[in-house]
Design a protein around this ligand. Structure first.
Ligand code: BMP
Length: 230
């Protein structure tokens, strides 16, 4: 089972084409792609849609706008951009009524699954977001998203989320460039996917970089990669 999702974040306009090339690789050799604001800002909505199209043969396509607005505005944002994606990410802290409830309905109508951010990989999240983790988990339990985001940099937080939400897909960023070791999130925290950006996209050899991350996870907890463990 493939467990590595590649975050395609171009740093300059010239990166867009290169990262679209990596999209194919990420969906063939990895578990899929995550595309967000850097791709939208530098490549426009065409590049965002193209990334999803390049992966239409297989692989998870996650649109990461980290939405945090009223339901009406989030609906407008996803109606055009989320087409062709399998899942879209929003923040849990905005709550259900008037926000996530409406977003979930809009996404479901398009065949797109909802993913909620419960905790983030940077230090500020440990200070500000994590003290509210139980509240955020209770929002997620009410909204019942397909997936949630929890940080590879703090596997203990992932483990808390996993025990509260045993059947929800957990995606974990923060591997490599932000200090998480490949396998920390899946093997120690019980996540389903590790999200890796720069380690793959900035590598002179993205294929080997992706294989190396996947290989390290497989070495650390081969049992977690069996189909039955999902
Ligand atoms: P990188 O591996 O290059 O650090 O990229 C991490 C990716 O995961 C980025 O696309 C970022 O937006 C995303 N991400 C994160 O780093 N921390 C979070 O808590 C949530 C994220 O979506």
């Amino acid at each position: 089972v493939k467990r590595v999702i590649v975050a395609l974040d171009p740093a300059v306009e010239g990166d867009v084409e290169k990262l679209l090339g990596i999209a194919r690789l990420a969906c063939r050799e990895g578990a899929g792609i995550k595309v967000g604001l850097p791709m939208l800002a530098l490549g426009g909505s065409e590049a965002v849609s193209e990334a999803a199209r390049l992966c239409s043969g297989g692989g998870l396509r996650v649109l990461d706008l980290k939405l945090a607005d009223i339901g009406y505005v989030m609906r407008l944002a996803v109606e055009s951009l989320a087409r062709g994606f399998d899942a879209a990410i929003a923040h849990a802290f905005i709550g259900s009524e008037g926000a996530l409830e409406e977003l979930k309905g809009a996404l479901e109508g398009m065949g797109v699954r909802l993913v909620l951010v419960l905790s983030m990989s940077h230090q500020g999240s440990a200070e500000v977001i994590d003290p509210c983790l139980d509240r955020l988990i209770s929002v997620a339990t009410r909204v019942r998203p397909w997936g949630v985001v929890a940080p590879a940099t703090r596997p203990g937080v992932i483990a808390r989320v996993r025990s509260a939400m045993p059947r929800t897909v957990i995606m974990s960023p923060g591997v490599g460039a932000q200090g998480g070791r490949p396998g920390d999130a899946i093997c120690l925290g019980g996540a389903d996917y590790e999200i890796v950006g720069r380690v793959v996209t900035r590598s002179p050899d993205p294929v080997s970089a992706l294989r190396s991350v996947a290989g390290s996870i497989a070495e650390r907890c081969p049992e977690r990669l069996l189909p039955a463990s999902t």
